[in-house]
Design a protein around this ligand. Sequence first.
Ligand code: SF4
Length: 165
Amino acid sequence: MIPEFIKIPEKWTDERRTQPHLNLEAIMEILYHRTYFFDAGIRFMCQRCGDCCTGEPGIVSVTPDEITRIAEHLEMTVETLTETLLLVFEDGHRIQEEADGRCVFFDGGCRIYPVRPQQCRTFPFWIDNLRSESQWEAVCHACRGIGNGRLYTKREILDILADEE
Ligand code: SF4
């Protein structure tokens, strides 16, 4: 599958449109050799503060496999989980929020941390966050984990972005 950011003509060139013969591996090889503001890598380690799970509402999608894992983790059936804690969203499901905007699974900490959805696992390395340096700076202000912990290399970050599709 082709990463979405390749289709976005803002810093990221639309390789698929201009070079449709390339497969993902070839496109990634091109991307690895480009220059980005995160060429030197980015340090990140989640501080489990919950800031990204509370406050402003957001949409967290869950795949059928993730729903199964979350249900097992919470020792409930997929049906109960789907009916009580998820909402239908587009052609799948999303996690419900409490009235104050916090994720329904956040209760002083993430209740599903070991099986949290990919969208949570890959934060803050989201395409929209890394589309430009100014957007990334805004995320840095919102997430205290950025700048701490292990160094994610440029290649690792691009691989995470490619997996988001
Ligand atoms: S805001 Fe950052 S540090 Fe805090 S829980 Fe979210 S990812 Fe972790």
